[in-house]
Ligand binder design. Structure first.
Ligand code: ADP
Ligand code: MG
Length: 245
């Protein structure tokens, strides 16, 4: 059986008495690509906020390998290997693609003096490897502000990948993308999931079909259904609250 990377149990957050996430259990395996779907306001983004430490849980547990994430500050989670991409891309538009990737390389791995050249080689190789993965090899010297919306999204995914997270979370990554960009993003996410776990929130069911291994459906902060794309799509409760609309 595959190892569990992330175990969420009894997770609850209340905002002034309103439970945006309500007694949620969720288990993500190593190198799993999990898709979370559900109607607007279901609590999907809040779950990612809780995992990455942006929002503090009211109760419950989020275990990542051997660490209890609810007890750790946000910066520690990044060091542990939790990466999160928000809905709007946060790249440096006045820097080139190369520079954006370069500044995202973890500073903690810096080495000094005579080893400096070695580090430069390692970083350079990594930048090229990531650029290839995110379809931006030809555009490394382009100013990032000139990229298409989809290319900016890929660059931001690349900026997270270069930090080598074990768990990567993406909130609606294909929103606003063209059909071709969506297809390439599906290809990219399937490639990423070969080496790390991914949690993807997405509304576009055509896209979800291309990437989904297992789907969790959230509704009113609770897990409504979980399973294969086929089983979830055939679930009457899911059709009623989400897919039927
Ligand atoms: P989704 O991403 O599934 O559309 P969200 O997680 O963004 O849903 O929101 C779930 C619910 O929690 C919504 O009703 C939203 O208004 C509420 N909510 C989210 N964050 C906060 C907050 N910081 N303060 C108060 N209410 C919030
Ligand atoms: Mg959301």
């Amino acid at each position: 059986m595959a190892q569990i990377l992330l175990a969420i149990e009894g997770l609850t957050v209340s905002f002034d008495g309103f439970k945006a996430v309500d007694d949620l259990n969720l288990y993500i395996e190593e190198k799993e690509l999990r898709v979370i779907i559900g109607p607007n306001g279901a609590g999907k983004t809040t779950v990612l906020d809780l995992i990455c430490g942006k929002t503090k849980a009211t109760s419950g547990s989020i275990k990542f390998k051997d660490s209890e994430l609810t007890k750790l500050p946000e910066y520690k989670l990044v060091q542990l290997g939790v990466g999160r991409k928000f809905q709007t891309p946060s790249i440096y538009e006045n820097l080139t693609v190369f520079e954006n990737l370069e500044i995202s390389y973890p500073k903690g791995r810096n080495v000094f003096g005579a080893l400096r050249f070695k580090r430069d080689d390692v970083v350079l190789n990594k930048i090229h490897e990531i650029a290839d993965m995110i379809f931006l090899t030809e555009l490394l010297e382009i100013q990032s502000g000139l990229l298409s919306h989809g290319q900016k999204q890929w660059l931001e995914i690349g900026m997270l990948l270069i930090q080598d997270p074990e768990l990567l979370m993406l909130d609606e990554p294909v929103a606003g993308m063209s059909v071709v960009e969506r297809e390439k993003t599906a290809e990219l996410l399937n490639k990423i999931a070969k080496g790390r776990s991914l949690i993807v929130i997405e509304h576009d069911m055509e896209f979800v079909k291309q990437i989904a291994h297992r789907v969790s459906v959230l509704h009113q902060g609770k897990l409504l259904a979980e399973g294969s794309m086929e089983s979830v799509q055939a679930n009457p409760k899911v059709i009623e609250v989400y897919l039927g609309h």
